[in-house]
Design a binder for this molecule. Structure first.
Ligand SMILES: *Cc1c(COP(=O)(O)O)cnc(C)c1O
Length: 408
């Protein structure tokens, strides 16, 4: 291999750690909900970098914010604070339940902070025995050892032990099981962590009843309710954060993915009462609150947190549902289409069961970026501002992909 080796997909296998299996093409530029590869082929983007590019690729307001900040100040560390971080935190505090904000760089880091904060809060306010975390089967919370253990998919955590202890999993939406877990651990539960819609787990919404009971049990047993809104947050379900449309308030909320619009950014939001136990030096991260990330975050926040954008997510939801149902009628491929806002899942049926990755690959060949959520579910998480024309074109390409799959 030399410096002249072309940077193609083949090079990946030669020089990268094989924990990913990327698509055969290499994207080089994007605009809105469209992406072009090295051969200048255009793809319609229903994946948005896994729900990250909430405003599509290279949104002018985000590009402008990044360019302007890049001329001023890139990084100062947490030995100093900075204006973009304070401005973004002020927005989050003004528009959510939160009174305190912690910035980091990814979803896993936000959840790691949330779980550590919950443990420390219980430790300091009740005692060292209050350590149990209740999490949901089939949930996803990130890839650090603590978050991957809290996540309810053993395929991601097995073989990495010993893993952190005192984490119990209950089936999602199972009220009796949640009550039983609280009964078993009595007042030693320090936190419940859950997604309002399980994303990686197959696009499964929590029932409102389950959320309300979880809230109630947490309050009763002095445990904190952590909502992982890393995928559901920042407008994706049609609310700024999805808890706002469910009639419950978390004690800790984690955000990442969409909040940075494509720039690495994560946040943990909480109350003054809980935040106070994290005293200086107890937790941190070098890049958290980085001025570049937070300047982009401000622009993302201002573009998403408008009644017009949030309302239009619901309009686009209806367009997608109608379009997917029409595809389903002409070429049956799934047994259920579900989700909220622009977090949609199609559970595959018949000969396509278990073949979500094949559907994603066929879509790629037809010029459409899709995602899988487990073996049985195809996931759509397009930019929140995707043009109607791109929705139509993407759905047509989905139909092409499905016809090519059934022909092969
Ligand atoms: C993606 C995701 C995470 C992990 O985020 P990273 O930025 O990959 O660490 C955690 N929770 C949920 C619900 C997610 O969708």
């Amino acid at each position: 291999m030399s410096i002249a080796t072309p940077v193609t997909r083949a090079l990946f296998d030669d020089i990268m750690v094989p924990c990913f299996s990327p698509a055969p093409f290499v994207p080089v530029r994007g605009s809105g909900a469209r992406v072009w590869d090295q051969e200048n082929r255009m793809y319609i983007d229903f994946a948005a970098g896994v729900a990250v590019n909430a405003l599509g690729h290279c949104h002018p307001a985000l590009t402008a914010a990044l360019e302007a900040q890049s001329q001023k100040l890139w990084h100062v560390s947490n030995w100093m604070t900075n204006e973009p971080a304070l401005r973004l935190a002020r927005r989050l505090v003004e528009h959510t339940f939160a009174e305190r904000v912690f910035f980091c760089n990814s979803g896993a880091e936000a959840n790691e902070a949330a779980l550590k904060l919950a443990r420390r809060y219980a430790h300091d306010t009740v005692g060292p025995q209050k350590t149990q975390v209740i999490s949901m089967a089939n949930s996803f919370h990130g890839r650090t050892l603590f978050t991957v253990t809290a996540g309810g998919q053993s395929k991601y955590s097995s073989g990495f032990g010993p893993v952190p202890g005192d984490i119990t999993h209950v089936p999602y939406n199972d009220i009796a099981a949640l009550q039983a877990a609280f009964e078993e651990h009595q007042d030693n539960v320090c936190a419940v962590i859950l997604e309002t819609v399980q994303g990686e787990g197959g696009v499964i919404p929590a029932t409102e009843e389950f959320l309300h009971i979880a809230r109630h049990l947490c309050s009763w047993h002095k445990a904190v309710l952590i909502l992982d809104e890393i995928q559901t947050g920042m407008g994706r379900t049609g609310a700024l954060f999805s808890y706002m449309s469910k009639g419950i308030t978390p004690d800790i909320l984690t955000s990442a993915k969409g909040i940075g619009g494509g720039f690495p950014l994560g946040a943990m939001l909480t109350t003054k009462e809980i935040a106070r136990v994290f005293t200086p030096g107890m937790h941190g991260t070098t890049y958290g609150g980085n001025p570049l990330a937070c300047a982009v975050g401000e622009a993302v926040f201002d573009a998403i947190n408008t009644p017009g954008l949030l309302e239009s997510v619901k309009t686009r939801y209806r367009l997608f549902m109608a379009g997917l149902k029409a595809v389903q009628q002409r070429r049956p491929f799934c047994k259920e289409i579900r989700g909220e806002g622009l977090l949609l899942g199609c559970e595959l049926d018949g000969s396509l069961q278990g073949r979500a990755l094949d559907v994603v690959a066929a879509a790629g060949k037809a010029g459409l970026l899709l995602l899988a959520a487990g073996p049985d579910v195809v996931r759509l998480v397009p930019p929140l501002n995707i043009a109607e024309e791109d929705i139509r074109e993407g759905l047509a390409r989905l139909e092409t992909a499905l016809s090519q799959l059934s022909a092969s």
